[in-house]
Design a protein around this ligand. Structure first.
Ligand SMILES: Cc1ncc(C[n+]2csc(CCOP(=O)(O)OP(=O)(O)O)c2C)c(N)n1
Ligand SMILES: [Mg+2]
Length: 284
């Protein structure tokens, strides 16, 4: 399939050179490679520069409140498991304002791809510290530098039982494409932390900085070994990139109860009030 199937006409308000651009292109390539029809695809986001991604993408989308994309995406997917659901946002949106939802999405294991554009800063609101900004990071608000230890999304996800955990640098198109294909294909919750520069509000973490401070996971890394993955996730400089962990376990819409193998999804039953009532009876 041609990735241009996801193109939409119109202007883009991201800064020239923003890391969001290569991510957007890699995402289109990965979805095209997986032959994903735009009508079977839903992008869900909150607020931020990264959260604008669905505006630049031809698919169904839901752009809601800051930090609230994951519960919406989980519900969409559970009601209609035939859809491919991607949840997209920034480090502030997903690990800060939406941090609570992040924890519980990992535990539920919904079949959705969670893409976090991690530029270590609040880009949209012009440069305040985010949960992943390092100690000492100076901003117009944190004038003496960030005091708190940075949030480690991979270690958190792994310790809560995440079924797919990866990190990539958006300057490595080949690795990003490969990892996105695997993440989107994954039958369960898949976290991809995408390291990206913010060319306007983060002058420390540039393309060059990421290139010099990231390293691919070693050849002998075993992605079925959660403990090994967790130890790797605790390494920060250089910061390992690649697929840390993957396993297959029961997904949320099956665990939810009513879905027998050949049963109609919730959205189809909605059209028949009798069937919907019978479904709801199970929860009394
Ligand atoms: C409840 C709420 N709190 C704060 C804001 C202001 N706000 C909008 S975007 C944002 C941070 C965005 O940062 P991030 O998610 O990292 O996205 P980026 O712009 O860096 O891609 C903040 C604090 C808001 N819109 N709603
Ligand atoms: Mg950000």
């Amino acid at each position: 399939m041609d990735p241009r199937i996801y193109d939409v006409p119109g202007d883009n308000s991201w800064c020239p050179g923003c890391g969001n651009f290569p991510i957007l292109e890699a995402l289109k390539r990965a979805l095209a490679e997986l032959e994903t029809d735009p009508k079977d695809l839903v992008l869900v986001s909150g607020i931020g520069q990264a959260a604008k991604t669905p505006h630049y993408f031809r698919s169904h989308f839901f752009n809601g409140l800051h930090g609230r994309a994951l519960p919406v995406a989980t519900a969409i997917q559970a009601a209609n498991p035939g859809l491919r659901v991607l949840c997209i946002g920034g480090d502030g949106d997903m690990y800060g304002e939406g941090g609570n939802h992040f924890l519980h999405a990992v535990r539920r294991n919904p079949r959705l791809t969670h893409l976090v554009h991690n530029n270590m800063v609040y880009g949209l609101t012009k440069g305040q510290a985010s949960p992943t900004s390092p100690v000492g990071f100076v901003t117009p608000i944190q004038v003496e530098g960030v005091q708190a230890e940075p949030f480690n999304p991979l270690a958190v996800a792994l310790s809560l039982g995440a079924s797919f955990v990866a990190r990539v640098f958006c300057g490595d198109g080949e690795m990003m494409n490969r990892v996105l294909v695997e993440a989107i294909r994954h039958e369960g919750y898949a976290l991809v932390d995408l390291l990206q520069p913010c060319v306007s509000f983060n002058r420390i973490h540039t393309y060059r900085w990421f290139r010099e401070h990231t390293v691919p996971l070693p050849e002998d890394h075993d992605p079925s070994d959660r403990k090994q993955a967790l130890l790797r996730a605790l390494e920060t400089d250089p910061c390992p990139v690649g697929i840390f962990y993957r396993e297959t376990r029961r997904v949320f819409h099956r665990a939810l109860a009513p879905y027998e193998e050949n049963e109609e999804p919730l959205h189809a039953r909605r059209r028949d009030p009798g069937k919907l009532r019978a479904f709801l009876e199970r929860y009394r």
